[in-house]
Design a protein around this ligand. Structure first.
Ligand SMILES: [Zn+2]
Length: 159
């Protein structure tokens, strides 16, 4: 799977790509040395900035043109030919990019609302921030949105 570094203009796009399961480092300050560091790890730099920087010669820069996060996602998906792989969906923490671990219901009892505990049986926890995820309506909604984004391929006209 491709891995990314996203600049500070692309926080929402970074989250969307994490929903897909992509490893995205989000740079709040977009410092040049962090970008170069990310690129040397084989990451692609996603940016809204066309200005040449010290990373330019590394050649793995993808400039995003759209303002709206969903259109940005479509640009990346089409431009880099990303696929939606079911097994990778929702495998990462949207906040900190860490891979989620499967945990038992008992483990999360104190951390989720009662009705969620009662009605869900699959839980995942971020090993970094500890946030608990479950496959409820929220994920289903996001999956539908992703499918809509991927199904709509007429982007040169509507961006
Ligand atoms: Zn986390």
């Amino acid at each position: 799977m491709q891995r990314f570094v996203a600049d500070r203009m692309l926080g929402k796009l970074a989250k969307w790509l994490r929903v897909f399961g992509y490893d995205v480092v989000y740079l709040r300050q977009a410092a040049d040395e962090e970008i170069v560091g990310g690129l040397s790890e084989g990451r692609i730099f996603l940016t809204r900035n066309r200005r040449a920087g010290p990373w330019q010669h590394l050649g793995k820069v993808f400039v995003i043109h759209a303002n709206e996060p969903r259109k940005q996602l479509r640009e990346v998906v089409q431009g880099l030919r990303l696929a939606m792989i079911d097994a990778e969906l929702f495998s990462r923490c949207l906040g900190c990019n860490c891979l989620l671990e499967t945990v038992s219901r008992e483990d999360v009892r104190a951390d989720v609302p009662d009705y969620i505990y009662q009605t869900q049986d699959q839980f995942h926890r971020c090993c970094d921030c500890g946030k608990v995820y479950w496959s409820g309506s929220h994920s289903e909604k996001m999956r539908q949105q992703l499918e809509e984004i991927l199904a709509n391929t007429a982007y040169p006209d509507d961006r």
